[in-house]
Ligand binder design. Structure first.
Ligand SMILES: Nc1ncnc2c1ncn2[C@@H]1O[C@H](COP(=O)(O)OP(=O)(O)O)[C@@H](O)[C@H]1O
Ligand SMILES: CC(=O)OP(=O)(O)O
Ligand SMILES: [Mg+2]
Length: 392
């Protein structure tokens, strides 16, 4: 019997999970994901060798929430622990606010403080904390550790965190935090392992999932993020618009008399790829669609991503390496091609064959910027932090 930690990563459209050994470099024993939450949830579980062992679909499960799917997930984890002894659960917590940056033990006081941040991350924080509370009920003595999406961005400069509003807002914590930090921390480590000289230089990583952002890194540290106070800012996403003229929100209030709840629903759940296409939030569906609205949605996604990436080059004074990661960034070659075509003036030249096969390096030798695909692993990063905190 050996010790194991369970990791839970609730994204806006997914629940990813893994069981890690606490010793021996923490190899993954079993892992899986529930994707397409909100459309038609799809559960897949894999064994330690990466072989598929479980599959389940809820074709009519559009109304199923992250919380509804937690039961099947925890049952699966129980079955796959075998004789292992579970010593902790590590969680992704999207918003740490002003007070939480480094991984922390989730006791009742911490959970309450994090719950107060729910309005700043309504697609994530409630699901993150629901899992913590469910496990606390089932196993009150099991340590639970929270790792924050905002933590990695604590190295951003004062200028990068500031919003140009009256100063009292900044003092009240209305500032740019940045998200997807667990993923960017993993990417920084993975790039350093693959090419230490590049990792020490000017890097932009584009995390393109259902939520999407980009991060400018200098020597492996975050200097600027496209996401700000909430995970609404920056790139266009599955159901969120990204950067938006605040005048649009005033229009919604004054002309349409929408209240805060209706505006929140529009900005978090009805916009982005879903809103523009009228078809789906899922890039897989849109890439094979021939509806003009769906083509426009993909085109707009690429246009806005390229704009945000180009803007981040200002924070670095140039760019040496561009990394694509997360669901779309790792798997959607046409999206990478369209984004890079819009960045050709920076000196990016893709190698089409390498891009099509999702090779680790997808730029041509003539490219002045190296373009890479690095699969992210937020669960592994959380496992590392969880084990480190447990062992003091
Ligand atoms: N093979 C694929 N081709 C194109 N897009 C893909 C592919 N696999 C996943 N995606 C897209 O990745 C997105 C989900 O990314 P993911 O990082 O899992 O999301 P989350 O933000 O919920 O963690 C969806 O838009 C999905 O369509
Ligand atoms: C912060 C965020 O948007 O996360 P995700 O991409 O997992 O939805
Ligand atoms: Mg995610």
């Amino acid at each position: 019997m050996s010790n194991a930690v369970l990791v839970l990563n609730a994204g806006s459209s997914s629940l990813k999970f893994g069981i890690f050994d606490t010793e021996d470099g923490q190899p993954r024993r079993a892992h899986g994901m529930i994707e397409r939450i909100g459309e038609a949830p799809h559960f897949r579980g894999f064994d330690a060798e990466g072989r598929p062992v479980t599959e389940r679909r809820w074709e009519t499960g559009a109304a199923m929430t992250h919380e509804d799917l937690l039961g099947p997930l925890l049952d699966w984890a129980d079955d796959h622990l075998d004789s292992d002894h579970l010593v902790a659960v590590g969680h992704r917590i999207v918003h740490g606010g002003q007070n939480f940056a480094v991984p922390v033990r989730l006791d009742e006081a911490v959970i309450a403080a994090l719950a107060a941040l729910t309005p700043l991350a309504p697609l994530h924080q409630p699901h993150n904390l629901a899992a913590v509370r469910a496990i606390a009920r089932l196993r009150p003595n099991l340590p639970q550790i929270g790792c924050f999406d905002t933590g990695f961005h604590r190295t951003m400069t004062d200028v990068a965190t500031r919003l140009p509003l009256p100063a009292r807002y900044h003092e009240a914590g209305v500032r740019r935090y940045g998200f997807h930090g667990i993923s960017y921390e993993y990417i920084a480590h993975a790039l350093a392992a693959a090419d230490p000289a590049r990792a020490a230089g000017k890097v932009i990583a584009a995390h393109l999932g259902n939520g999407a952002s980009a991060c400018a890194m200098l020597a492996g540290r975050s200097v600027e993020s496209s996401m700000g106070f909430t995970a609404l800012d920056g790139l266009m996403m599955g159901t969120r618009p990204g950067t938006l003229d605040p005048g649009v929100v005033l229009y919604m209030v004054e002309q349409e008399q929408l209240d805060a709840k209706a505006i929140s629903r529009c900005l978090y759940s009805e916009s982005g790829l879903l809103g523009v296409s009228g078809e789906a939030s899922d890039m897989r569906t849109l890439l094979v669609s021939d509806r003009p609205e769906s083509r426009l949605a993909v085109d707009l996604f690429c246009h806005r991503a390229a704009r945000e990436i180009a803007a981040l080059t200002v924070a670095l004074g140039g760019l040496e390496t561009l990394v694509f990661t997360a669901g779309i960034g790792e798997h959607a070659a046409p999206v990478r091609r369209m984004i890079c075509a819009r960045l050709a003036h920076l000196g990016i030249v893709l190698d089409d064959a390498s891009n099509e096969r999702h090779a680790p390096v997808i730029s041509a030798s003539a490219s002045t910027i190296e373009v890479r695909v690095i699969p992210t692993d937020e669960e592994a990063m959380i496992a590392r932090h969880t084990v480190a905190l447990l062992s003091g």
